[in-house]
Write a protein that binds this ligand. Structure first.
Ligand SMILES: Nc1ncnc2c1ncn2[C@@H]1O[C@H](COP(=O)(O)OP(=O)(O)OP(=O)(O)O)[C@@H](O)[C@H]1O
Ligand SMILES: [Mg+2]
Length: 222
């Protein structure tokens, strides 16, 4: 495949969308063709699944049902969007991908990790990112940022109760991501997300720029 595939992962509010926008802008500034997408979503089927997942967020959803919804969105995105873009020589940057299912449904919800790995391979058709940026942050700080961002509409006492229950879950998600990064150190760039936006963006660019360089050289040889 001719393109490059970058993904961004991390707990809620860790700065994924912020950093991916910056990365895409830097890539475009460097004259590279970029396609930005996200999970769940990125296709019309995926966006419909995304709203189903958000709609039922505070209701009961079986962990297995949730797993299949994420996988369905991923299967569609991989085939309709990511693979064709990579084949056309485009750099794809994706806000969350298969690692999120390992972290959330596996480490967070406790579903079988090996089974998730197999299902991820089916969903993606074997697509693996060239680089995964992991924004590592205490979920408490992530939640504080999300609240400050002002997209939460629940009344405070209700939110606080949900949060304390949810924090242990998000701690497991964070550890799950770090575990993945230790298993595949060459694919992951783990970034301390407590720092300033600009500092983080600089560290990401330091890792990405040489990748773009060697990628462009290989492209010329072809
Ligand atoms: N390094 C940073 N330091 C402090 N605040 C930040 C930093 N990066 C992003 N923020 C702010 O934190 C909030 C969450 O950032 P952002 O939306 O990028 O996170 P996210 O990981 O995409 O969140 P979500 O999981 O909800 O999609 C935003 O208001 C953003 O402006
Ligand atoms: Mg985001």
């Amino acid at each position: 495949m001719r393109g490059l595939f970058f993904t961004c992962e991390g707990v809620e509010g860790s700065g994924k969308t912020t950093q991916l926008r910056r990365l895409a802008a830097s890539l475009r500034h460097a004259g590279q063709p970029v396609m930005e997408t996200r999970e769940p979503g990125g296709t019309s089927l995926g966006e419909a699944i995304r709203s189903m997942l958000l709609m039922t967020r505070d209701q009961e959803m079986a962990a297995e049902a949730e797993l299949f919804l994420y996988l369905a969105s991923r299967a569609q995105l991989s085939r309709e969007c990511i693979r064709p873009s990579l084949e056309a020589g485009i750099i794809v940057v994706c806000d969350r991908f298969a690692d999120a299912t390992v972290a959330y449904q596996g480490h967070g919800r406790g579903l079988d990790l090996r089974r998730i790995a197999t299902m991820n391979r089916v969903a993606t058709g074997g697509l693996t990112p060239d680089l995964t940026i992991l924004l590592d942050l205490d979920p408490r700080e992530g939640l504080r940022r999300v609240k400050a961002r002002g997209q939460v509409s629940l009344p405070e006492p209700f939110l606080d109760r949900l949060e304390s229950e949810a924090l242990e879950f998000h701690d497991r998600v964070r550890e799950g991501y770090l575990h993945l990064a230790r298993e595949e150190p060459h694919r992951f760039l783990v970034v301390d997300a407590t720092r300033q936006e600009e500092t983080i963006a600089g560290e990401i660019w330091q890792r990405v720029e040489p990748l773009i360089g060697s990628w462009a050289v290989q492209g010329e040889r072809r």
